[in-house]
Design a protein around this ligand. Structure first.
Ligand SMILES: Cc1ncc(COP(=O)(O)O)c(C=O)c1O
Length: 368
């Protein structure tokens, strides 16, 4: 079976992790600090705090920025539910904004509309660089500043993505990344918060470690925190992957190009539009409404190719639709992408023949 994703974990990465395991120093330690520094250099964002997952990163960023009870946070309607779950867990209000059908992300225009329709409690905007496709971050930042709103990037899928000339995370108040195995760099579970704000980084470090603060050679607990630390052996798994990552990014861009050339005339299938600065964490196509996606996923599986839906339309999920009385029709683009999006395999060690095989299989199925 050609899987949707395959981690680029090599013998040398595993040996690094094993040597940490042998040392007995398992919790957050020197590998975590070294990786935070390498990631800051890689992204060009001054401060990086590693943590236990992308969801933990979002929770820390929002809490660190002071989002709480009753605050309104705009979230794209099409994303993984973790983006909005953290808003809910902080007692804040999720305000959905529809995305563009062509590239699955929010646009400055849709954001402006959404802000106009929001109440006085609006405090922050969370954008999602879905599947590694970056939003127009400078324009979006300008809109946020004009309205006095914080800007958070859910960049869970977007390590390596470029927005307006910089690595994603450069322009906003805080940006959150995931190292889950579906992402291009992984340690099983893991995450990171990036920011240029020293105070915010300090607070996140306190929050991820039970609220613990080091003072005068001792410790004190200065607020109610979490245990969201990353272990040192997980951090050790990432060093080598990060060094190889520029090559992985080039390879993914090449493989995506091949999908584009083979699928451009495929019937009943729509390709993504925006490839600028894309990191190609996943490749999602959108099937026409009349195509039975479950049947395509099943038949692809029978031919040895894994495929799946892309992300969720939050307005269609039980929790959000019940709480906020959302309907499927409220966010038509997100709803369409939820029901008709199809993610097909993409990872650096795939061959060009794999891509040709997947494309011709999909074409055959969509013809019949
Ligand atoms: C857009 C988005 N945000 C957040 C997350 C959560 O990341 P994690 O699984 O590391 O908690 C994911 C995970 O897939 C995601 O795709």
């Amino acid at each position: 079976m050609i899987p949707l994703a395959k981690p680029d974990l090599r013998q040398e990465d595993i040996e690094k992790a094993v040597s940490v395991l042998r040392s007995g120093m398992l919790v957050q330690g020197e590998n975590v600090s070294a990786l935070e520094e390498s990631l800051s250099q890689f992204t060009g964002v001054e401060y990086c705090s590693l943590c236990s997952s992308g969801t933990a990163a979002l929770h820390l960023a929002l809490k660190g920025l002071g989002i709480g009870n009753g605050d309104g946070v705009i979230v794209p309607a099409f994303t993984f539910p973790a983006s909005a779950n953290v808003v809910e867990l902080l007692g804040a209000e999720t305000i959905l904004c529809d995305v563009s059908f062509d590239d699955f992300i929010i646009t400055p225009e849709s954001l402006e509309e959404c802000i106009k329709a929001s109440g006085d409690n609006l405090k922050a905007v969370m954008v999602v660089h879905e599947f590694g496709c970056s939003v127009k971050i400078k324009e979006i930042l300008e809109i946020c500043r004009k309205h006095g709103l914080l800007l958070i990037e859910d960049a869970a899928c977007a390590l390596g993505a470029i927005a307006d000339g910089h690595h994603v995370g450069f322009y906003s108040d805080a940006a959150c990344f995931s190292f889950h195995p579906r992402k291009a760099v992984t340690c099983g579970e893991g995450g990171a918060v990036f920011t240029h704000k020293k105070d915010l980084d300090n607070r996140i470090r306190v929050l991820r470690n039970h609220g613990m603060h080091y003072v005068d050679g001792g410790i004190d607990f200065i607020e109610a925190g979490f245990n969201y630390r990353l272990t040192d052996f997980q951090a050790a798994l990432i060093h080598g992957q990060l060094k190889r990552f520029p090559d992985e990014l080039k390879r993914r861009a090449l493989l995506a190009e091949i999908y584009f050339s083979f699928l451009k005339e495929c019937p009943h299938l729509n390709l993504p539009n925006n490839t600028m600065g894309h990191s190609w964490q996943s490749f999602m196509v959108v099937l026409d409404n009349n195509v039975d996606r479950s049947s395509i996923i099943k038949q692809m599986g029978q031919k040895g190719v894994q495929s799946n839906l892309g992300a969720q339309a939050l307005n269609c999920l039980q929790y959000f639709s019940k709480k906020y009385n959302f309907k499927d029709t409220d966010f038509p683009e997100a709803t369409r992408l939820f029901y008709s999006g199809l993610v097909i395999p993409l990872y650096g060690s795939m061959t060009e023949n794999d891509i040709k095989f997947i494309s011709s299989t999909l074409k055959e199925l969509l013809k019949s």
